[in-house]
Design a protein around this ligand. Sequence first.
Ligand code: ZN
Length: 259
Amino acid sequence: MRALILSDIHGNLEALEAVLAAAEGQWDELWNLGDTVGYGASPNQVVECMRSLGTVHVRGNHDRVCCGLTSPEGFNPIAKSAALWTRKQLTPDNLAWIQAMPQGPVTAGNGTVTCVHGSPLDEDDYLLSVRDAMAPVQSMRTAITFFGHTHVQGGFSYARNQWHELTPQFGAIETRRGHLPMEAQSQQIVLEQGSKALVNPGSVGQPRDHDWRAAFAIFDSAANAITFHRVAYDLATSQAKIFKARLPERLASRLREGR
Ligand code: ZN
């Protein structure tokens, strides 16, 4: 079984479309780790696409605030204004669907893996380092947990008393201002048998690892392997929609910077 794993799409339809085109024919199930909406200007189209394709969904903190389950008070002003804008845009049907999204941890792959938004211990926690992963890995009932929330592609594995970072190395990707790498890249990492791994596919719609390209991952259960992917998308259209919607301009400029 091969699962396409997406996280933090954040209402960016152009990034989602590029990911689906790049992944076509390579997956059997689609698992969504949350923050489907918030920040981007196409919340309804993204939700409708995910509703039709996704087999497993986990809500994210932006989903929760955008649909009104919790208040935006903990958000910074830009995130808050985007959440309130998103709430106004969502159709009643899409709003109700987001309100009903399950909170992680949710199991997938017939109970063989776990999906969460932030951490297995708390949907709002950020797993940015091995240190952050130590307590969650103890709580894992499956060998692999897929998580999002940090918008950083990669992860951590623990085997035979050793930790390893699973960050893909995409080589000479120029991250200096103004340079946009356009080529698609992928890298497969085979997980050691008996290891425990926390794996982040990266963010589809708002990467923050200094690579502007949409991120996703494909899990192949037979090979016990994760393939990390990056793919360029129609950034100009995504940004133009943000300007047209009168969302904060920073939400457009940061997409180009990948941060
Ligand atoms: Zn997010």
